[in-house]
Design a protein. Structure first.
Lengths: 143, 140
């Protein structure tokens, strides 16, 4: 039986939304307060949805210890209490919006998924179904 | 169209499998493997699917849905040690995955029979903590 597990993690990070491809005025118009040159921060909440069959012995559809280790390595360690623009390579050239952050989290997890969980086809192991990031209660992105 | 209802129950459980060694149990379940048990305040969100009745404007009277959940889930699960007092957890581990599937099995036939086949259960989502929830949609 296939179930869908939602696991939540949290990290706090700062960022500045500013694109080198836009003028100063365009950046202010596009990002508003988020373009503040000194940056600002959020308590991010990452919700991963993983689908998989329930193992008849363990009663688990995903090995939570492995999922938590993966999240600790790929999300918490690189992002928690970091300046995303300065300290995360992906955001040197890409604006760390919630959209791009979700894409980056999804990319990082998928890159390590096979070595963490082995076979990932539906029916044989857990698959990453959704990454949902809550930047604030009013700003949530899902990939 | 979907409509959902949320209810809560509190229960204790022990996440250990007799088919695993002590070390394996502790690796898989972490502190939840404590043989003396621990508990949670579970939140159950049940979504049903159907079209609103043209007269009442309701897919299913939510009072009927509440009564089903009270009778089939809360009276069975609330303030119980799941491993000892709720079948099938004498033989399978009461993980939140298995709890969501068991609640589906208890509720699905009642939803169909109450609404005369007009309404069906769409999903059961069980929140064990703020960090962990499982949704079951009846997928084999």
């Amino acid at each position: 039986m296939i179930v869908h597990i939602s696991r939540r993690y949290r990290f706090a990070a700062s960022h500045r939304l500013h694109s080198a491809a836009l003028t100063e005025q365009e950046n202010r118009d596009t990002y508003g307060k988020c373009d503040n040159p000194h940056g600002h921060g959020h308590d991010y909440e990452v919700e991963l949805t993983v689908a998989g069959p329930v193992d008849p012995v363990t009663g688990r559809a995903v090995d939570l210890a492995r999922l938590d280790d993966l999240a600790a390595r790929e999300i918490i360690a690189p992002f928690h209490h970091r300046n995303l623009n300065e300290e995360v390579a992906a955001f040197r050239s890409v604006v760390p919006t919630t959209e791009n952050l979700s894409i980056e989290v999804d990319r990082r997890l998928r890159a390590r998924w096979p070595e963490t969980f082995g076979e990932t086809l539906r029916g044989t192991g857990p698959c990453l179904e959704k990454v949902r990031i809550r930047e604030t209660d009013r700003n949530i992105c899902e990939v | 169209m979907l409509i959902s209802k949320k209810v809560e129950f509190s229960a204790s459980h022990i996440c250990r499998s007799a088919q695993l060694s002590d070390a394996e149990n502790e690796r898989v379940y972490g502190p939840a493997a404590n043989p003396l048990g621990h508990g949670h305040n579970y939140i159950v969100e049940v979504a049903i699917e159907g079209e609103p009745d043209p007269v009442t404007g309701m897919i299913l009277n939510l009072r009927d849905l509440r009564d089903i959940l009270e009778d089939r889930v809360l009276s069975v699960y609330d303030h119980r040690l799941l491993n000892r007092e709720v079948a099938p957890f004498d033989s399978i581990v009461p993980t939140v995955e298995n709890i969501a599937i068991d609640i589906w099995n208890r509720v699905a036939p009642c939803i169909s029979s109450t609404a005369g086949g007009r309404v069906k259960l769409y999903s059961v989502k069980v929140h064990e903590t703020d960090e962990l929830a499982v949704e079951y949609r009846g997928e084999p």
